[in-house]
Design a binder for this molecule. Structure first.
Ligand code: NAD
Length: 498
């Protein structure tokens, strides 16, 4: 089997070192091997980026944007192929894979506005014959490390914007599903990106450590689990780098007694079980305010969970595919065991699901726990699987206290018809992204994405306006062109307009 290669200087680079197996989660079969970069390979990508940077930073933003316009067209043209590659290695359904690509393309569209984004600020006559402006300059060579669960969208959160801002980018995608990411990076070269501006190095900790330690890499964007986010944030900032590290989540949906239950149930089905729960914005806890709404929710949602259409991700018309790896399947079933042992009421049990013709696939069915308490590991931990937990409380205040006390603060939402309750929730909840009757409040590309608490390490959120700030350095210029060539005496008092 030829290993899935790195992309350095616009060329596929095959190396003879370590590799990792890539699986089709629907069948359990090994479908490829991905090269794992050593330090020398990472250095090759860094050298290519360094060499490309001087010309790329001087390329007019409008010309950089033209590459992105062509890239967007190519992405749309190749949607079916990209969705198939995602689905084969990740396991998500084809429709879901196409959805993540579309959200990624939104970020390319935002990057197409580079000339507008990078205009900076200008003030004429801030003093006698003095003008001032602020310029947004690129940071230099920057790197991104991305998770398995969005192999197309999350890299697209990062490099289109970094690149139009004039940086050169090294991407280290997840080694579990690297093919779609590589294919998309090649499309950007087809769109006219100069060699060396974007490189893709596959790998694991060794490659990531090489990026963290390289003095030439000035900024690191990371998206993945919280322990690795903390590691990268602390190791990167220790070395004086800019770091933005997005971590894990445990997202709660609050159901108020006045919620439109039919719509809330539909929203919860998609948000809890879409992509097999492998989304950092997935809803994994439903907090019901009052026994009545909790009982009604269990009654309505149970048959819908039992009726989920589950099968090979690459088939059409399904609700859910398998989990990404055997280890993920075992972790999720382990949590279900722990929930039962801790005394939660298992209403729908997804363990032991067999999909005909795919007996070796990593399937777990939709699972529902009721009467979950905040001490249980199924409540405290990110399960990252198709498991929804119902917690019963007596008031909105109790629901909000529960959410505010949780260590994660990525996303949350409230289902209600009561504007006053919704307004209080939006104002006082300690979570970075909030939905009102919207279960997955992932911001559009011209806003920025980010959680609070242990869901994000760093000051700026990802993509959108915060992404521009992250990938640029501000330079403030004060310039004087005296109108008359008269001699001026030295001035020792601090200059002012006073
Ligand atoms: P992960 O942390 O295992 O891997 C993420 C990246 O880190 C991969 O590229 C991986 O190769 C690398 N990595 C793994 N171990 C490493 C180590 N010891 N040292 C250095 N690098 C290492 O995450 P995952 O399983 O791929 O993705 C799922 C996680 O990502 C979940 O926790 C999910 O919530 C989170 N996530 C968060 C967001 C967000 O925006 N907050 C978005 C998507 C996913």
């Amino acid at each position: 089997m030829t290993p899935i290669a790195h992309l350095i200087n616009g060329e596929r680079i095959a190396t003879s070192g370590r590799t990792a197996d890539v699986f089709n989660p629907s069948t359990g079969a090994v479908t490829g091997q991905v090269a794992l970069a050593d330090r020398a390979t990472v250095q090759q990508a860094i050298d290519a980026a360094k060499a490309a940077f001087p010309a790329w930073r001087k390329t007019p933003p409008a010309k950089r944007a033209q590459v992105m316009f062509r890239f967007k067209q190519l992405l749309e043209q190749h949607e079916a192929e990209i969705a198939r590659l995602i689905s084969e290695e990740h396991g998500k359904t084809l429709e879901d894979a196409a959805g993540e690509l579309k959200r990624g393309i939104e970020n390319v569209e935002f990057a197409c506005g580079a000339p507008q984004i990078l205009k900076g600020e200008y003030s004429r006559n801030v003093g006698p014959d003095i003008d001032a402006w602020s310029d947004l300059q690129p940071v230099g060579v920057v790197a991104g490390i991305t998770p398995f669960n969005f192999p197309a969208m999350v890299p697209l959160w990062m490099y289109p914007l970094a690149i139009v801002c004039g940086n050169c980018f090294i991407l280290k995608p997840s080694e579990r599903d690297p093919s779609s990411t590589l294919y998309i990076a090649e499309l950007l070269h087809e769109a006219g990106l100069p060699k060396g501006v974007l490189s893709v190095v596959h790998g694991d900790k060794e490659a990531v450590d090489a990026l963290i330690e390289a003095p030439e890499v000035k900024a690191l964007s990371f998206v993945g689990s919280t322990p690795i986010a903390e590691y990268i944030y602390s190791e990167g900032t220790k070395r004086g780098k800019r770091v933005q590290a997005l971590g894990g989540a445990k997202n709660h949906a609050v159901l108020m007694p006045d919620a439109d239950l039919d719509n809330a149930v539909s929203a919860l089905m998609g948000a809890a079980y879409g992509s097999c729960g492998e989304r950092c914005m997935a809803i994994s806890v439903a907090v019901c305010v009052g026994e009545q709404i909790a009982d009604a929710l269990v009654q309505k949602i149970t048959p819908q969970i039992q009726a989920l259409k589950i099968g090979a991700g690459t088939s059409c018309g399904l609700d859910m595919g398998p989990l990404v790896t055997r280890a993920a399947q075992e972790r999720v079933t382990g949590y279900i065991d722990a929930g039962v042992e801790a005394g939660a009421e298992l209403v729908v049990d997804g363990r032991g699901l067999q999909v005909a013709g795919h007996e070796q696939g990593y399937f777990v069915g939709g699972t529902l726990f009721d009467k979950v308490s905040p001490q249980m590991s199924i409540y405290t931990d990110e399960i990252f699987g198709p498991v929804l937990c119902i917690v019963r409380v007596d008031s909105l205040e109790q629901a909000m206290a529960l959410i505010n006390e949780h260590e994660y603060g990525n996303g949350t939402c409230i289902f209600t018809r009561d504007g006053e309750a919704a307004r209080l929730f939006v104002d006082e909840i300690e979570v970075g992204m909030v939905g009102v009757n919207v279960p997955l409040p992932v911001p559009v590309s011209y806003h920025s994405f980010g959680g609070w608490k242990r869901s994000l390490f760093g000051d700026l959120h990802a993509y959108g306006p915060d992404g521009v700030r992250f990938y640029t350095r501000k330079k403030a210029v004060t310039q004087r062109w005296p109108a008359r060539k008269s001699h001026e005496a030295a001035q020792f008092a601090f200059p002012s307009n006073g």
